[in-house]
Ligand binder design. Structure first.
Ligand SMILES: Cc1cc2nc3c(=O)[nH]c(=O)nc-3n(C[C@H](O)[C@H](O)[C@H](O)COP(=O)(O)OP(=O)(O)OC[C@H]3O[C@@H](n4cnc5c(N)ncnc54)[C@H](O)[C@@H]3O)c2cc1C
Length: 387
């Protein structure tokens, strides 16, 4: 089986996690990632990294629950682990990626250490710009979601987060319209740091990486036994999948270290959405959810609206320092497509699709990747038995 060749198209959170989990399942497999955008320039990099099945189809709730649960458990393990980057129990672990030597250097940075010779990485190198800080800060985060009113049904993921409950009367006052809602604890990761970490893991096990744009899967199907398609929203162009549509998300990044809770407020009557999500390095203020809009330009009107509506919810944000704006296209689709393509390519190559995760790519990635690894193993087993 190991002589077989696999290609993963895409280096966002879906492509990278699929590649790593295939390596877990089939050690020593010959596997190549091909993509034309890598971290920190993918859509995944810009996401808030927050675990919540956002903008997914409740009709697919059974699978979403399964993939989401696997991802939640995995992220929670990272938070609780003594040995993983970003662990809350172990100080802060830093990985320095040296772009000259291409070596990832793990180093414990313990703030109780006073003498430089006790540190694995000298203190004066901590700010070296050629090195990439890669502590992906998986952490628990609690907060308020005002989108779910008192008379609404609980969301299908209610039991998957921690300490889910309805808001008390006092908490409703936090909302300018005294709205009801829910409070829960979830997880957040810094995706910009997580992706390089996954990439290093992939390469350290012999995974290969190629830069390139694929215009048709057939273009590479004679070079590989199996192709895993993880191209996100661009499945619309690559496969002419008319079910894929961009859901444009514009955000503002601010420095506001006093914001410790998340706030989410999707108002269905007004058709507006706003959210405030604190991460490791900054707070994300959102947002927009514009279906069918392919523009990745910053829209000033959207920007003003996001700023005003977030300030209206949490007035102390007026003291926040603005860091920048960003737009990304969520890969919207009626359902996440995770399946083996029925038709075999003329070269004999098989294709597994893993795209269309909408506003929940980070939330579902590890579970979906596990599913892909199972399918990949099954496909290669079948191919081997045909020899
Ligand atoms: C504002 C915003 C906030 C978000 N916040 C969250 C959040 O908090 N939590 C959450 O779970 N989700 C969030 N999301 C959604 C999440 O970002 C996406 O679901 C996720 O990034 C999809 O990952 P992906 O790997 O499929 O796509 P991408 O990250 O877009 O990666 C696609 C990869 O495929 C490559 N590719 C595409 N076409 C080709 C081709 N033809 N040839 C070669 N390479 C190709 C690209 O170069 C890239 O490497 C957010 C999205 C936005 C826009």
């Amino acid at each position: 089986m190991n002589r077989r060749k696999i290609c993963v198209i895409g280096a966002g959170v879906i492509g990278l996690s699929s590649a790593v989990r295939i390596q877990d399942k089939i050690p020593g497999i010959d596997i190549t990632i091909i993509a034309d955008t890598f971290s920190p320039h993918t859509t995944s990099d810009g996401s808030a990294g927050f675990w919540e099945p956002h903008l997914v189809n409740p009709d697919q709730s059974e699978e979403i629950r399964k993939w989401g649960q696997a991802t939640f458990d995995y992220l929670l393990d990272l938070v609780q682990s003594q040995n993983m980057p970003g662990s809350i129990n172990s100080g802060i672990m830093l990985f320095w990626f040296d772009y000259f030597t291409h070596v990832l250097v793990p180093a414990w940075y313990d703030f109780s250490i006073e003498h430089d010779d006790q540190m694995l990485v000298p203190r004066n190198e901590l700010n070296t710009t050629t090195r990439y800080l890669c502590c992906f800060g998986a952490q628990l985060v609690s907060g308020y979601d005002f989108s779910i009113e008192h008379d609404d049904q609980d969301p299908f993921w209610k039991d998957q987060v921690i300490a889910y409950r309805r808001l008390e009367q006092k908490e409703r006052k936090l909302h300018p319209k005294n709205k009801g809602g829910i409070f829960y604890t979830s997880l957040v990761i810094d995706v910009k740091s997580y992706l390089p970490w996954l990439m290093e893991k992939f390469k350290s096990r012999g995974g290969k990486v190629q830069f390139g744009t694929i215009s048709s899967v057939n273009e590479i199907s004679d070079k590989f036994d199996l192709v895993i398609n993880c191209v996100g929203v661009r499945a619309f162009q690559l496969l002419n999948d008319q079910d894929v549509k961009p859901i444009r998300g514009q955000i503002i990044r601010v420095s506001a270290p006093w914001i410790k809770h998340f706030y989410v407020d999707f108002d269905r009557t007004e058709g507006t959405e706003r959210y405030i999500l604190p991460g490791r390095d900054y707070v994300i203020l959102g947002g927009t959810g514009q279906e069918g809009n392919w523009s990745t330009d910053i829209n000033q009107q959207d920007k003003d609206k996001i700023w005003e509506s977030c300030l209206n919810l949490v007035p102390s944000l007026k003291n926040a320092q603005k860091i920048g704006d960003w737009v990304g296209l969520r890969p919207g689709r009626t359902k996440v497509r995770l399946e083996i393509e029925e038709k075999r390519r003329s070269s004999g190559c098989m294709v597994i699709h893993n795209y269309g995760h909408s506003g929940a790519g980070v939330t579902l990635h590890w579970g979906c990747a596990g599913n892909v690894a199972e399918l990949a193993h099954a496909v290669l087993t079948t191919l081997s038995s045909r020899l």
